[in-house]
Design a protein around this ligand. Structure first.
Ligand SMILES: Cc1cc2nc3c(=O)[nH]c(=O)nc-3n(C[C@H](O)[C@H](O)[C@H](O)COP(=O)(O)OP(=O)(O)OC[C@H]3O[C@@H](n4cnc5c(N)ncnc54)[C@H](O)[C@@H]3O)c2cc1C
Length: 445
């Protein structure tokens, strides 16, 4: 198989990259599951935006503070400065954010934010954004999407990527010659017992990076979300009780139904406080009270949460719900520069798989959709600029020659590859520990 650009992953970063590549470039998207099974579809709370110039300092400071000031300042600046452009693109694609009666955007707030600056669509912002991106990508004649197709490896020579190897839906394994490869394979939650992520998100691109000596960064920075619905049943993934519920006033209670914490602390600190309280109470969860939010507001703003809790046996308008922390987001990843270039030529990493340092040690709520989109667009732009200098007949011949020489036997045992990849990533995730606060370690096994 041959393509100009290969994108692995069909979450918001992969789709938006495809939309920003030139229409005369053949683009192939391979995605491990079906196109709707990405964390991008699950995002509930919203997407941050610089709502006006007066908010720049405060937005910058909130992001840095949440990240324990380990953030890459230039990445943060780029993300904030590019946010309006991205929102304009999204609304241009048909994304519908909540508006007031005059047609102006309505902003909400989440933990760690000192003001309202988050755009949302009910509590299904990710679905609204990603389904519209998908609709627009499907209209593009230059883009093909292969579902249930897994990126197994890339192939390279002298630290330059020339293509990849994938297992297709019917089980056959094939090389894909490509001028550029973009890794957009999302997070690592599938490697955890309790996670809000899809189970098939197992950091495959990270394992591939390790195999080829591509630089990684902050791989032990994993975010635990403080509030997911507690259940004693074995679940595909933990159901998130969005931070914006607390932003709208929901309270947290201990076993005696007393408040024990400021609900709007940054995620990592709140998580450690909840864990401390659970240890003190010898319980497996704490309680969250949504009844303090006006009933109409809860039903209007959070219909998905209301419905899911009802299905699980809880009427949030009448009773508290049990909540517990779970793995949620991966701040680390494949090290990239401000144009999403990895340490290997012609190889890019975008979205949660990549680490440009924007989140530092801990991500500020609703910064990840934005960061994924901002840096996916920058990657696509860089590819456009790089084409004339890097791609010619000789590089394409080389790609074909290397593909011909690949030992495809090494990909025959799928189970063994997955096992080896999971092990490689797990080892680097620091044994499933996250340092939540200076003096506190939370085990998430
Ligand atoms: C429950 C939940 C709620 C969230 N809420 C918010 C929010 O309100 N605001 C916010 O900003 N962020 C939120 N996030 C985080 C945000 O959704 C993600 O960080 C973001 O969507 C990541 O996008 P992505 O494109 O990098 O990856 P994803 O959307 O996860 O997509 C990854 C893609 O890669 C594919 N893939 C994986 N491995 C392979 C492989 N080997 N070969 C081929 N394809 C592969 C997957 O199938 C998938 O299509 C939330 C996350 C979760 C889980």
């Amino acid at each position: 198989m041959k393509t100009d650009v290969l994108i692995a992953g069909s979450g918001c970063s992969g789709l938006y990259a495809a939309l920003n590549l030139p229409k005369d470039k053949k683009t192939l998207i391979v995605t491990k599951s079906d196109v709707e099974s990405s964390d991008s579809f699950l995002a509930q709370g919203g997407i941050c935006v610089l709502k006006d110039e007066d908010d720049y300092e405060s937005y910058f400071e909130d992001t840095m503070k949440a990240g324990h000031y380990e953030n890459d300042k230039e990445s943060v600046d780029i993300m904030i400065r590019s946010s309006r452009e991205v929102i304009d693109d999204l609304t241009g694609y048909g994304v519908d954010f909540k508006k007031d009666e005059e047609g102006g955007f309505v902003y909400t707030r989440e933990g760690g934010h000192s003001t309202q600056r988050i755009l949302f669509h009910e509590d299904m912002t990710g679905r609204e954004i990603t389904s519209k991106l998908l609709d627009r990508v499907r209209e593009l004649p230059n883009v093909s999407i292969y579902e249930n197709t897994k990126l197994l490896d890339i192939y390279e020579k002298d630290n330059r990527c020339y293509g990849a190897v994938a297992r297709f839906e019917d089980g056959h394994v094939e090389s894909i010659e490509a001028d550029f490869v973009m890794l957009a394979t999302g997070g690592v939650g599938g490697l955890y017992k309790h996670s809000t992520n899809f189970k098939h998100l197992t950091g495959d691109a990270l394992a591939i990076a390790v195999r080829h000596g591509i630089d990684l960064q902050n791989v032990d920075y994993v975010q635990i979300h403080p509030t997911t619905l507690y259940t004693d049943k074995e679940e595909e993934r933990s159901f998130l009780i969005s931070e914006s519920v607390r932003g709208e006033g929901a309270k947290l209670y201990n076993a005696d139904m007393e408040r024990f914490v400021d609900e709007l602390l940054p995620r990592d600190i709140l998580t450690s406080k909840i864990k401390e309280q659970m240890d003190k109470d010898h319980t497996e969860h704490v309680w969250e009270d949504l009844r303090v939010i006006p009933e109409e507001e809860v039903k209007y703003h959070f219909p998905n949460i209301v419905r899911h809790c009802m299905e699980a046996g809880y009427d949030v308008t009448k009773e508290c719900i049990p909540v517990v922390p779970a793995q949620h987001y991966f701040m680390g990843g494949i090290k990239v520069d401000h144009k999403s270039r990895t340490s290997m030529e012609c190889l890019y990493a975008i979205g949660e798989t990549a680490c440009n340092g924007v989140h530092g040690k801990n991500r500020l709520a609703s910064n990840s959709l934005l960061e994924s989109l901002v840096f996916a667009k920058r990657a696509a732009k860089d590819i456009v600029e790089k084409y004339p200098a890097l791609i010619n007949d000789a590089t394409r011949e080389k790609s074909a020659e290397l593909a011909d020489g690949l030992d495809m036997e090494q990909y025959a045992d799928q189970k063994a590859i997955s096992k080896a990849y999971h092990k490689m990533v797990r080892e680097r995730l620091g044994g499933f520990f996250i340092v939540a606060a200076a003096d506190n370690t939370i085990e998430t096994k």
